[in-house]
Design a protein around this ligand. Structure first.
Ligand SMILES: [Zn+2]
Length: 96
């Protein structure tokens, strides 16, 4: 499954139109909370349920989105964090 279109909605949500015609709408702050990069994973591990993100949730926006190969997108957040690679499978599952 691949996205045929990715669009930001009001800098708060990400709309993905998949190549089978289905659509996913993802909250940016939820995406950021579940950032799959090693740094964030370790951080969440350490903090477990006490985890409080260091960023102000309502200020989380995306600066840019780049495709990585043909399996993922790399999201650059407005605070400069850009090590999270979001695989299409992950994004698809995330929205269900
Ligand atoms: Zn991260």
């Amino acid at each position: 499954m691949h996205p045929s279109k990715i669009r930001l909605i009001e800098k708060k949500r990400l709309l993905i139109v998949w190549d089978d015609g289905s659509e996913s709408v993802l909250e940016l702050r939820e995406l950021r909370k579940r950032c799959p990069c090693a740094t964030c994973l370790a951080e969440r591990d350490k903090q477990s349920k006490m985890y409080i993100p260091l960023f102000a949730e309502n200020q989380v926006t995306v600066k840019s989105i780049n495709q990585v190969g043909n399996y993922a997108v790399q999201i650059t957040w407005n605070d400069g964090h850009n090590t999270g690679i979001y695989e299409y499978n992950f994004l698809k599952r995330f929205s269900e």
